[in-house]
Ligand binder design. Structure first.
Ligand SMILES: [Zn+2]
Length: 189
């Protein structure tokens, strides 16, 4: 009886020390359940994320950017204020796409620091899309179109921001992410 009471069980989920005879941890985890095997490997949502940012997004970005630049050339507006705006916009999107490829490949190769890199990438993505809303004002577009163009940027940000937040939460809480990259940093590497 005394021995059982003095034993301390380490909760596998939150790390809290629980009484040896406790069935559940405060966090709700069943302390007597068999430990779950680690989820190691770039599969599931993690694989989906890698494919999206390293394979699907870059050609789409390239396509959109080149279409906009061609329109500018056709309208002979490359050196106008709109031209400056679209060039800045294109440069930001291409840079994000390039960082995305690096992030996706480092995740895929399970490089050390890959998850930290992805977190920075997601933050940068969020920041760039928010900053782009100010672009029509920074480039001093004529007042009659400024608001409308800003609304388009705002709409784009409104689409980008929720997915960025969801992926940030995923990388913070996913067991697969934790197990896969903990294994990558381990001595067996
Ligand atoms: Zn717990």
């Amino acid at each position: 009886m005394n021995a059982a009471e003095s034993t301390v069980v380490h909760c596998p989920a939150c790390g809290r020390d629980c009484a040896g005879d406790a069935r559940f941890c405060f966090c709700g985890v069943d302390l007597r359940a068999a430990p779950q095997p680690p989820l190691i490997g770039v599969r599931g949502w993690l694989l989906f994320f890698c494919i999206q940012i390293a394979i699907l997004a870059p050609p789409l970005t390239l396509l959109n950017v080149s279409r906009e630049l061609l329109d500018l050339v056709r309208l002979d507006a490359l050196l106008s204020r709109v031209g400056a705006m679209i060039l800045l916009d294109s440069a930001s999107r291409l840079t994000l796409a390039a960082i995305g490829v690096v992030a996706g490949v480092s995740l895929w190769l399970r490089r050390q620091g890959a998850v930290a890199f992805v977190r920075v990438y997601l933050l940068a993505y969020l920041g760039v899309y928010l900053l782009l809303i100010a672009l029509p004002y920074v480039c001093a577009l004529p007042a009659e179109v400024r608001g409308r163009v800003a609304a388009i940027y705002f709409q784009r940000a409104a689409i980008a921001i929720p997915s960025t937040i969801v992926w940030s939460l995923y990388f913070r809480t996913s067991r697969r992410v934790r197990d896969t990259y903990a294994a990558a940093a381990g001595p067996s590497h």
